[in-house]
Each structure stands twice: as structure tokens, then as C-alpha cells.
Design a protein around this ligand. Structure first.
Ligand SMILES: [Zn+2]
Length: 221
């Protein structure tokens, strides 16, 4: 999933407006950022198989450290603990814990059964939403649309960047997501895929931190 994870971050901003949108998006895509690093360093393995679309060409072989439920709970605990230590805001820490773990749940909906529980545990989970382009557009795209609606209602632009950079970013991310859902498979280079994904997710997190500056919850009048 891509926009589904960003949608989780946007919903988190409605639940706990004091948390930066950047921190919420970082939590929601933390598993994918770790995956990029583990892929580049060879700790985790995927391979490319012939398939009709980008995301179905990527086959997970060994991803228990970034995308296993047990380790995702550990990453969530570390993330929430670091936030609590810095900000002394228990409710915010709980929301961030949920945002990190939401990644596993959302990926289980979209992936074929390749989502592990823990290193060395055989079971794999996945409902395979990605097998259907219309269903992916309806379910993940629908979640994205609802989250954008909720976020845009609660966080108003403070300047022009809050309008143009926000909606411009939304259009670019949506286009990248749709290309992933329905576009052709990429060149089968695992390290290059890890590198380009790392840059892409880092840019999305940076954009979310920026949007938190240029959009804000209006003060009650
Ligand atoms: Zn993922």
C-alpha cells in the first residue's frame, strides 16, 4: 500500500492534532523505510517475477524484520517510547504506536499471502487486494479520499503553500500510487528499487513535515 498508509497518517492528525503530520506519516511508513534499508543492505530479500503490474512483480521472499507483526510491534514500541520521552504526551504516543502497527494490517489487506508474523515462523498472511486493480482503486483509493476529506476539513491552509504544495503533492502521490497499482513492471533491480523507494518515502515524510507548517487547525472563533 502507498496512499493507504498516508491516509492512516492523515486520520491520525484528526485524532491527535498536536502531533506533527510528518511524525504521523513517518510512523505510518516506518516499515517501508526499514524495508528499503534492509533491502539495500541484504538483510531482507525480494525478487522480481513476471507480472502484469508493478506491485505484483515484487515477490517478498524474506521480510520478517520490516514487515513481520512481532518486529512491527517492537518498532512501534520504540517509536512511541521515543516520542513519549521527547514530548511527554501519552495520548500522542498511543496514536503513533497504532500508526506504526497499522502498516502491518493495511499491508495484509493488499499483499498476496507474504506477510510474516515473526522471524522463523512459517505462517504468511495477505488478502490479495492488489490482485484486482478496480478493487484496489475502490478500497485503498476510497480510504485515501475519505482521509483527505477529513484532513482538509480540519487543517486549513495558512498560506499559498498550504494550498498549492498540499494539493500538488496529493496529485503527485496519487499518480505514483496509480502507476504502482496499474503500471508496467519496473526494471528488476532489487538494490535500485530499495534506493529509489527510500528517496521516495523520505520525500513524502519531508513533505508531510512541511505541510504541518503551512496548514493548521484553525483557532476557535
Ligand atoms: Zn509495507
Amino acid at each position: 500500500m502507498l496512499v493507504g498508509h498516508l491516509a492512516a497518517g492523515l486520520v491520525g492528525k484528526r485524532v491527535a492534532p498536536k502531533i506533527s503530520l510528518g511524525t504521523l506519516v513517518l510512523a505510518a511508513v516506518a516499515a517501508d523505510l526499514l524495508w528499503c534499508v534492509f533491502l539495500i543492505t541484504g538483510i531482507e530479500q525480494v525478487r522480481f517475477v513476471p507480472a502484469a503490474t508493478t506491485q505484483n512483480s515484487l515477490q517478498a521472499i524474506h521480510i520478517p524484520y520490516s514487515h513481520g507483526l512481532l518486529l512491527d510491534l517492537v518498532w512501534a514500541g520504540l517509536f512511541a517510547g521515543a516520542y513519549l520521552w521527547r514530548r511527554h504526551f501519552p495520548r500522542g504516543a498511543r496514536v503513533l504506536f497504532a500508526a506504526v502497527v497499522s502498516h502491518w494490517v493495511l499491508d495484509c489487506i493488499s499483499h498476496k499471502p507474504d506477510m510474516p508474523l515473526a522471524p522463523g515462523v512459517a505462517g504468511r498472511f495477505g488478502l490479495g487486494l492488489w490482485n484486482s486493480i478496480p478493487a484496489t482503486v475502490a478500497v485503498e483509493g476510497g480510504f485515501w479520499a475519505v482521509a483527505l476529506f477529513l484532513y482538509a476539513r480540519g487543517n486549513k491552509p495558512r498560506n499559498r503553500a498550504g494550498v498549492y504544495a498540499f494539493w500538488g503533492g496529493v496529485v503527485l502521490v496519487t499518480a505514483a500510487w496509480y502507476n504502482n497499482v496499474a503500471g508496467p513492471p519496473p526494471a528488476p533491480n532489487v538494490v535500485a528499487a530499495g534506493m529509489s523507494s527510500l528517496v521516495f518515502f523520505s520525500l513524502i515524510v519531508a513533505w508531510a513535515y512541511w505541510m504541518n507548517q503551512v496548514r493548521a487547525v484553525p483557532a476557535p472563533s
